[in-house]
Design a protein around this ligand. Structure first.
Ligand code: URA
Length: 210
């Protein structure tokens, strides 16, 4: 479906997000919360993933039971704040492969500039889950999806913690086929392209760099 946005309004997700938004939350707590919330987001992102039946033996009887084909999933982290989501996602998808896209925002143009790109070799039969806590201007997300699409993955989903109408509009204008999973859609971007009310700079809060 084109232009799909899935807001994960589960009370546990919303509670953890509120703690993360609070400016008095410490770096270590913020990091733990991001890992925990990412597991909960990951749970929803995997909801439509196909399973295959395999034969197993329980202590009681042989049976056929479903498994997720974890090897076909690639988690792609947009550096650097994507690493925070990656940690939680890997806890629930330990067999997933991992890719990294390094982008920085040119302070003058606000456009995304790529400095690193590494994904598994065989992308054609993989479902990619692109990770970035903040979908703000949408410029990095568009650049990351465009770059990822060139490797021809089977599908792409975009997962963020927070977004705003501007970011959704920009990403879906360029890539309407990529569903956005988020814990909240905030009001707007401010003049410095921060999400309002948001949670500040996700990278700085995650790594304690400010
Ligand atoms: N990136 C962030 O880390 N925070 C914002 O509010 C916007 C972009």
């Amino acid at each position: 479906m084109a232009g799909q946005v899935i807001v994960i309004g589960h009370p546990l997700v919303q509670h953890k997000l509120t703690l993360m938004r609070n400016k008095d939350t410490s770096t270590s707590t913020f990091r733990n919360l991001l890992r925990e919330i990412s597991m909960l987001l990951g749970y929803e992102v995997c909801r439509d993933f196909p399973t295959t039946m395999i034969p197993i033996e329980t202590p009681v009887a042989p049976t056929m039971a479903p498994v997720l084909d974890g090897k076909k999933i690639v988690l792609v982290s947009i550096l650097r704040a994507g690493s925070g989501i990656l940690d939680g996602m890997l806890e629930i998808l330990p067999s997933a492969r991992v890719g990294h896209i390094g982008l920085y925002r040119d302070p003058k143009t606000l456009q995304a500039v790529e400095y690193f790109f590494k994904v598994p070799e065989s992308m054609g039969d993989r479902d990619a889950i692109l990770l970035d806590p903040m979908l703000a201007t949408g410029n990095s997300a568009v650049a990351a999806v465009t770059r990822l699409k060139a490797t021809k993955p089977r599908s792409i989903k975009f997962v963020c913690l927070l977004t705003c109408p501007e970011g959704i509009k920009v990403l879906h204008a360029a890539h309407p086929d990529v569903p956005i999973y988020t814990a909240a859609i905030d009001e707007r971007l401010n003049a410095k392209s921060y999400i309002v009310p948001g949670l500040g700079d996700a990278g700085d809060r995650l790594f304690g760099t400010k």
